[in-house]
Design a protein around this ligand. Structure first.
Ligand code: PEP
Length: 254
């Protein structure tokens, strides 16, 4: 049984006071829900204060990115060990916005995944095709390449490695993949995990869906057999929307 995992990626939003207010609201509203793992990924500047608010909570703290070195002359970068030091237990790696705007490649994603795992963090490795790639029937090839990049450092610990399938054309556009479109790619990714890591790993590794998830569409997406939660951008900035998405991810009796 895979415990669903829902994470809010706050992107470049929320100053310290706003982040504290949102996470306090989430903590209050999600305190009783234990069958879904829940995380928030605030901007770097809010990690420490949000971590303090989460000290008595089961919500987990994630960074939106990390670097692959521990220290040195790397102006502007943040090491996974530093993220762990302020209270993060997870980090996103390879988000499409990092790939598109900041030159992230499969090679750098692989180095970041390895460094984050070495520092004891869990990793949410993002994969997904652009609209042009989907139209050219390259979806599976693209997610395979992204996945291979993320796994370049070797077999990951199964409870600390999560894949987020995020079709780029669905991120922040309001155009969600249909449940069938998402399930098709999730099933493919699970098959690829089976080839790369074996049956037990493929059965254990969680695959989140991301791309314009909101309260109104979460239920049907979360009912798909290979969708194990969500990576939520815009809708995670609103407590009521995010709480509704978490509730939609709760396991239902068969
Ligand atoms: C994301 O940034 O990971 C994301 C899925 O964004 P949105 O939910 O806004 O599409």
């Amino acid at each position: 049984m895979r415990t669903p995992f829902v994470v809010g990626n706050w992107k470049l939003h929320k100053n310290v006071a706003e982040a504290q207010a949102l996470v306090t609201e989430l903590k209050n509203q999600l305190g009783a829900i234990r069958d879904v793992a829940v995380g928030v990924a605030p901007p770097f500047t809010a990690l420490w204060p949000v971590a303090r608010r989460l000290e008595d909570s089961h919500l987990v703290l994630a960074a939106q990115d990390c670097f692959w070195e521990e220290k040195g002359a790397w102006t502007g970068e943040v090491a996974p060990t530093m993220l762990a030091d302020v209270g993060c237990t997870w980090t996103l790696v390879g988000h499409s916005e990092r790939r598109t705007h900041f030159g992230e490649t499969d090679a750098t994603v692989g180095k970041k995944v390895a460094a984050a795992l070495k520092a004891g963090l869990g990793v949410i490795a993002c994969v997904g095709e652009t609209e042009a790639q989907r139209d050219a029937n390259q979806t599976f090839a693209v997610v395979d390449a992204h996945l291979d990049g993320a796994l370049a450092g070797g077999a990951p610990p199964l409870d600390r490695f999560v894949i987020a399938y995020e079709p780029v054309w669905a991120i922040g556009t309001g155009r969600t993949a249909t449940p069938a479109q998402a399930q098709e790619v999730h099933a493919h990714i699970r098959g690829r995990l089976r080839e790369r890591l074996g049956d037990a790993a493929a059965a254990a590794i969680r695959i989140q869906y991301g791309g314009s998830v909101k309260a109104a569409n979460a239920e049907t997406l979360m009912r798909q057999p290979d969708i194990d939660g969500a990576l939520v951008g815009g809708a995670s900035l609103d407590a009521a929307e995010f709480v509704a998405i978490v509730k939609a991810a709760r396991p239902r009796p068969a």
